[in-house]
Design a binder for this molecule. Structure first.
Ligand SMILES: *[C@@H]1O[C@H](CO)[C@@H](O)[C@H](O)[C@H]1NC(C)=O
Ligand SMILES: *[C@@H]1O[C@H](CO)[C@@H](O)[C@H](O)[C@H]1NC(C)=O
Ligand SMILES: *[C@@H]1O[C@H](CO)[C@@H](O)[C@H](O)[C@H]1NC(C)=O
Ligand SMILES: *[C@@H]1O[C@H](CO)[C@@H](O)[C@H](O)[C@H]1NC(C)=O
Ligand SMILES: *[C@@H]1O[C@H](CO)[C@@H](O)[C@H](O)[C@H]1NC(C)=O
Length: 232
């Protein structure tokens, strides 16, 4: 009898471990939540943007399930295709937080982001949840506001990486990652007196696998170490 109980206990335990296993593994390990600065998106674009002039508010680029390993690019998974059937209430929120800055077709942008990225985390967030969660994080951590309060204004000043990352970390308590783009108006080989710089393009917050809690972002910056960052 004691033996039976023990074996039952063992089975229960094994089942619990199994559940934990299927719940904690998936086709990705964590999320990048990427917000873009529209003036930079449009400055590096070959054609003029639909938003003209682009709005000076950080808006969502995407929520990207990712893996820690650099050569494990997670994208284009076998999930359901974008069904374009988000609730009207959510759609009207997304028009503010997740507009298609470049071409002006918001649903098309949402569809491309879902099909490329959202399909890889569908086991955690279905289509409605994926967009809802993104909107909630955008609203909860207002990057535009955080930088404004830290007197980091888009007036063409140049900053060090930490000047911009630190105030964001103070508010969110987790390390963000910045993404930069080369300034297309800057000479390729700056053999002159102007200090070379890069443009602040995107601010990334990292999220746990469950898409609910923030975690530190590591090694996900695309900014060059030795260059000042222009915010304009
Ligand atoms: C990402 O990590 C998950 C879980 O560890 C793994 O199942 C998946 O194959 C990885 N994806 C890629 C593209 O390496
Ligand atoms: C999707 O499914 C197809 C066919 O079953 C397979 O060839 C392909 O590798 C899958 N892609 C991913 C990203 O899982
Ligand atoms: C926006 O994109 C969707 C999906 O690609 C398409 O069906 C629709 O016709 C486009 N709308 C406009 C106004 O171009
Ligand atoms: C974010 O902050 C900016 C600047 O303070 C403000 O204009 C905007 O209304 C805020 N957005 C939201 C969704 O609260
Ligand atoms: C960042 O590094 C810390 C400590 O090494 C680790 O716990 C965390 O998961 C990492 N986060 C990312 C997004 O790489």
């Amino acid at each position: 009898m004691a033996m039976l109980k023990l074996s039952l206990a063992f089975d229960v335990l094994a089942f619990v471990f199994f559940l934990c296993f299927i719940m904690s593994t998936g086709s990705y390990q964590y999320f990048l939540f990427v917000q873009q600065w529209p003036p930079t998106t449009c400055a590096v674009r070959k054609k003029p943007c639909y938003q003209n002039p682009p709005s000076k508010i950080f808006t969502i680029h995407g929520l990207w399930p990712s893996n820690y390993s650099k050569n494990a690019w997670v994208a284009n998974c076998n999930g359901t295709r974008f069904s374009n059937s988000l609730s009207p209430a959510l759609e009207s929120k997304l028009k503010k937080s997740w507009p298609d800055v470049e071409s002006g077709n918001d649903t098309d942008f949402w569809g491309r982001e879902w099909n490329k990225h959202g399909t890889c985390s569908e086991q955690t967030l279905d289509q409605e949840l994926y967009f809802q969660r993104s909107h909630i994080i955008w609203k909860a951590f207002n990057i535009t506001n955080i930088l404004q309060n830290a007197k980091i204004l888009p007036t063409g000043s140049k900053w060090d990486y930490a000047d911009i990352a630190s105030p964001i970390k103070t508010v969110t308590t987790k390390m963000p990652a910045l993404r930069c783009k080369p300034d297309p108006t800057q000479p390729k080989n700056p053999n002159n007196l102007t200090m070379p710089h890069q443009l602040l393009h995107e601010v990334v917050l990292c999220l746990h696998y469950n898409g609910r809690v923030l975690i530190d972002c590591n090694h996900t910056s695309t900014c060059k170490n030795n260059l000042k960052i222009l915010f304009q």
